[in-house]
Design a protein around this ligand. Sequence first.
Ligand SMILES: [Zn+2]
Length: 224
Amino acid sequence: ITDNGKFIVEGDIILRKHPWIRNIKKASQWPKGIVPYKFRSLDELEEEDIEEITSAMEYIEENSCVRFVKKQPHHKDFVIIKLGTGCNSEVGKQGGAQELVLDPVACMTKGIIIHELMHTLGFLHEQSRDDRDKFVKINSDNIDSKFFDNFDKSSKAKSDHLGEDYDFKSVMHYYYNEFARDKSKASIEPIVDGVNLSDLGESKRLGILSETDKRKLNKFYSCD
Ligand SMILES: [Zn+2]
């Protein structure tokens, strides 16, 4: 539980309700793909942080019809971007104010910010797809049991793949050693020929959206 009574699951997803009931509701879109946002405080952010956040937003805009706009008084649903511990976000539009939290040391890369913004836009982790066991294997021997929850799968009802194949390189996929006890070894590894450990979450490392991420984003927001 976070300091404001919310729950964090899978490392960086903020839930308002207990994880037990998180599968009830599908993520909500932002109407017309317009996401009003404000920074909690410009004073707490370095100029480079603002540049990094802005460039992540612009990158998403260049690759979809989604638009991040400065919150105006008439916007009732909006995102507050603030510094905090860890990098985390709520999934989809929640109604009212919702948070996107960025740790100034750990989270200020374009890839992580794109990842968190994709949560805000309604996307879950790729490796939590209901069918992920056909594509990756979880090495629980190399994961501290307190992190097992971070490798949960979504229910079939909650997993909307938007007609796309499993995407190892998604900006929403964990790295091969995410939450690993021994970081030199895999906590999650591909079981499909021709896919390497370093492919997992490659787009996050590169600070981009994969081609599949782009298609899903454009489908989810009916951009065409
Ligand atoms: Zn995440």
